[in-house]
Design a binder for this molecule. Structure first.
Ligand SMILES: [Zn+2]
Length: 119
């Protein structure tokens, strides 16, 4: 058991932190992502393939990407099936990079259209 406020660990059986009087939780929440406060959604991807394509393209341009679901876990393959079963996912970038990201994403859809013609 853990205290969500001071992150102290307690033996099972305790329900409240002696110091903070906070209700203990089974697992500590993951540490927050501190780097960026303002995120802008630049893409709602209908499936993982498009999401990952867009993500890798933006990261290649030096734009950090965040997704609304656990794509990191998808990459590691642990819960791939679970992620694939989920619906559209949002791709977010820092607000300051949103304009550039949108332009890059538009160029991706152009390339995809080209590839479809070749098939
Ligand atoms: Zn505490």
């Amino acid at each position: 058991m853990f205290c969500p406020k001071c992150r102290s660990e307690f033996e099972p059986g305790y329900t409240e932190c002696a110091r903070c009087e906070a209700e203990l939780v089974d697992e500590l929440p993951p540490p927050p992502k501190p780097e960026y406060n303002d995120l802008a959604t630049v893409l709602v991807a209908p499936n993982e393939t498009i999401l990952m394509l867009a993500k890798s393209r933006l990261e290649a341009e030096g734009i950090p990407c965040f997704t609304t679901n656990n794509v990191q876990d998808l990459v590691s393959g642990r819960i791939a099936g679970y992620c694939l079963a989920m619906g559209p996912q949002e791709l977010q970038v820092p607000a300051e990079d949103a304009e550039r990201a949108t332009a890059i994403l538009e160029s991706i859809s152009d390339e995809e259209a080209e590839e479809e013609k070749q098939d």
